[in-house]
Design a protein around this ligand. Structure first.
Ligand code: C2O
Ligand code: CU
Ligand code: CU
Length: 544
C-alpha cells in the first residue's frame, strides 16, 4: 500500500494549517465571487476553513489532439491544487477529460470554479452527499466570466464519483452539449475501511471513462444537428456516437503484467448503455458500484453499465502470458421495444419494414439504421489490455469486501412514493406527467428530513431510463419486470449502493433512500442526458 493511514492523517493536519493561510489570501474571491443565492446559502451552511483541500477548477474552451490529424475543439476542466495532498489531482490521459480529483473521507474541501465558457454552467458533484447550495444545480448557474466558490465535507464512502456540468435554462438543458464537448471528470474518495482491504492501487488501479463520440472529417466533434426529423429522433433516443473514447482517447490500450488490477469504470456517455464483457469469456468480477465497495464480489458473464453509473472491477491477468492480450468489450445487445402489446425485437422489426407494415408514422421519421440502433447496440471494443510483463505476486480477491454497507432501512410502515415515467408526443419524457419547470416542487415532491422512503419508478415508455437522485446513495429494493428480460438484465448489479438505477420498459424498480442532514432542493432525473435536457428532470425538496 502506498499509504499508512496514520501517516496520511498527519499529512492532512499539516496541510490544514496551510489551508487557513491560503483562504485568507483568497479572501477577496471568497467574499466577492459569490452570486447572491450562494451568499445566502453559504451563510446558512457556515462552511469555514481550515480546508484540507483547496482547488481552482476552470471550465474553458481548448483544442486537443484526439484523433490523428487536426486537433479538435473541446470544452474541458483543468484544475490547480492550491492546498492538499500531492495526489489530489492527477491527469486522466492527455485529452479533454477533467483531472482525477482524489479525496479522503473526512477532508474539508474548498473549490473555486471559474467559468471561462461563453455560456452559463455549473459543476455538479455526482453522487456526493453535499448541501443543496454546493450541488451545482441549475438554479445556481455560474455566468460566463464569473467565478463561484464552493465548500463541502467529504462524508461519502470510498468510491468513484464524478463531476460534470448541470445547466438548464428556460430553453432547456445544456448538460448533454457541455458534457459531450468534454466537461466531465472522475472523483475518487478513499477511506480507511477500503484501504484496509489492500486492493490493487498505484499503477494497478485504472480509471476508465467511457464516452462515445462522432467526429467530422476535420476531426470536429459532432453533436445533434439543429432541426429536422433526425435531430428530433436523436433527442428522443439520446445521442450515441460512432466510436468509443476512453479517457478521451480512441483505441485505448493499457500495458499490464500478469497480476490483479482494479478497473474503475465511469459511463460518461450521453445515452449509451454498455454491456461489459471480456473478449476471452472470463467472468466479469464486480467489487463495487456507484456508492463504493460491495459486501462481496459479484461475478457475471456481462455487466450492464448505464449512463452516469460507475462500476469497480477486479481482473487478474495472472492466467495470461506476456504477449497475450485481452479486450474489455461492450457486447452486442438488443433491447426490444414495446409495440402493440408485445415485445418487438430487431428481427421482427426488419420483417415488418420489409413487408412495408411499419405504417406511415415510421416512414420518414427514421430509417432502418436508426430503428436498429434505438433497440440495441453493436459490439464495441473498449480497452485492449496487452500483457507485457510477468509478475510473481499472486494476490487473491477477498470474498468479504465492505463491512460498512448500511442494512436496509426499510420497515413495514416505510412510505412508498411512485414516479410514473411517461412520454409526451413530440415533447419528450415526463415524470408523473411533469417536466422540468425550474426550482419549483409539487406537493408530492416534498420529503421529510431524516425520513426513509421507498421510491418506485414505473416505466411506461418504450425506452430504458437511468434514473438518478442527487445528494445521496440508495439501495435497490426490488425490480419487477412485466415485459420480459432483455439482453441487459443478466448484467444488472442491484447489490450495493447506487445513485443511478436503470429502469427498463414495463418495469418497476423500488429504491430505498433516506434524506439525511440537509434541507432544501435536490434533483431527480433521467441521466440519459438528452432526456434530462428535454425536461425529464424535477426538483424535490427536503423539509424539516
Ligand atoms: Cu450526474 Cu443531476 O446529475
Ligand atoms: Cu447527480
Ligand atoms: Cu430517460
Amino acid at each position: 500500500m502506498a499509504y499508512v493511514d496514520l501517516q496520511r492523517r498527519s499529512v492532512l493536519r499539516r496541510i490544514g494549517g496551510v489551508a487557513a493561510l491560503s483562504t485568507l489570501v483568497g479572501a477577496g474571491v471568497w467574499l466577492g465571487g459569490y452570486r447572491p443565492a450562494l451568499r445566502a446559502a453559504s451563510a446558512s451552511t457556515a462552511m469555514e476553513g481550515p480546508f484540507d483541500v483547496d482547488l481552482r477548477v476552470r471550465a474553458h474552451p481548448d483544442k486537443v489532439a484526439i484523433l490523428p490529424g487536426a486537433p479538435s475543439d473541446v470544452w474541458r476542466y483543468t484544475a490547480e491544487r492550491i492546498v492538499g495532498p500531492e495526489d489530489t489531482l492527477m491527469p486522466v490521459g492527455e485529452s479533454y477529460a477533467g483531472p482525477l480529483i482524489r479525496l479522503f473521507r473526512g477532508q474539508r474541501v474548498h473549490v473555486r470554479i471559474d467559468n471561462e465558457l461563453p455560456e452559463d454552467t455549473t459543476v455538479h458533484w455526482h453522487g456526493l452527499h453535499v448541501p443543496p447550495e454546493m450541488d451545482g444545480q441549475p438554479r445556481l448557474p455560474i455566468a460566463p466570466a464569473t467565478s463561484t466558490t464552493l465548500a463541502f465535507d467529504v462524508v461519502d464512502r470510498a468510491g468513484l464519483y464524478w463531476y460534470h456540468p448541470h445547466p438548464h435554462g428556460p430553453n432547456g438543458g445544456r448538460v448533454g452539449f457541455q458534457s459531450y464537448a468534454g466537461l466531465a471528470g472522475p472523483l475518487i474518495i478513499n477511506d480507511d475501511a477500503e484501504r484496509a482491504l489492500e486492493l490493487p492501487d498505484g499503477e494497478r488501479e485504472l480509471v476508465l471513462i467511457l464516452q462515445d463520440r462522432t467526429f467530422s472529417n476535420g476531426n470536429e466533434l459532432q453533436y445533434i444537428d439543429d432541426g429536422g426529423m433526425g435531430a428530433m429522433m436523436t433527442r428522443m433516443q439520446g445521442f450515441r456516437g460512432e466510436r468509443v473514447l476512453v479517457n478521451g482517447h480512441p483505441d485505448a490500450r493499457r500495458e499490464v503484467s500478469t497480476q490483479p488490477y482494479r478497473l474503475r469504470l465511469l459511463n460518461g456517455s450521453n445515452s449509451r448503455i454498455y454491456k461489459l464483457a471480456w473478449s476471452d469469456g472470463r467472468a466479469v468480477t464486480v467489487i463495487g458500484t456507484d456508492g463504493g465497495l460491495l459486501a462481496k464480489p459479484e461475478r457475471r458473464r456481462s455487466v450492464t453499465l448505464a449512463p452516469a453509473q460507475r462500476i469497480d472491477l477486479w481482473v487478474d491477468f495472472g492466467d495470461t502470458e506476456p504477449g497475450d492480450s485481452v479486450q474489455l468489450v461492450s457486447e452486442e445487445y438488443q433491447l426490444g421495444m414495446m409495440g402493440g402489446g408485445g415485445m418487438m425485437d430487431r428481427g421482427m422489426m426488419d420483417g415488418l419494414m420489409d413487408r412495408g407494415m411499419m405504417g406511415d408514422r415510421m416512414d420518414g421519421m427514421m430509417d432502418r439504421g436508426m430503428m436498429r440502433d434505438m433497440m440495441g447496440s453493436e459490439r464495441l471494443s473498449l480497452v485492449t489490455f496487452a500483457v507485457v510483463a510477468r509478475a510473481n505476486d499472486a494476490e487473491t480477491l477477498p470474498e468479504r469486501l465492505a463491512q460498512d454497507l448500511p442494512a436496509s432501512p426499510v420497515q413495514a410502515d416505510t412510505p412508498v412514493r411512485r414516479f410514473e415515467l411517461g412520454m409526451r408526443m413530440m415533447q419528450g419524457f415526463t415524470i408523473n406527467g411533469r417536466q422540468m419547470e425550474g426550482a419549483t416542487v409539487a406537493d408530492d415532491e416534498i420529503v421529510r428530513l431524516a425520513q426513509t422512503e421507498i421510491w418506485e419508478f414505473v416505466n411506461n415508455t418504450m425506452m430504458p431510463h437511468p434514473m438518478h437522485v442527487h445528494g445521496l446513495q440508495f439501495l435497490v429494493q426490488e425490480r419487477i419486470s412485466a415485459g420480459g428480460k432483455t439482453d441487459l438484465h443478466d448484467g444488472i448489479i442491484d447489490a450495493g449502493l447506487h445513485d443511478t438505477v436503470l429502469v427498463f420498459p414495463e418495469e418497476r424498480v423500488r429504491i430505498a433512500l433516506t434524506f439525511k442532514d440537509f434541507e432544501g432542493f435536490y434533483m431527480y432525473h433521467c441521466h440519459n442526458m438528452e432526456h434530462e435536457d428535454a425536461g425529464m428532470m424535477r426538483y424535490f425538496k427536503v423539509v424539516a
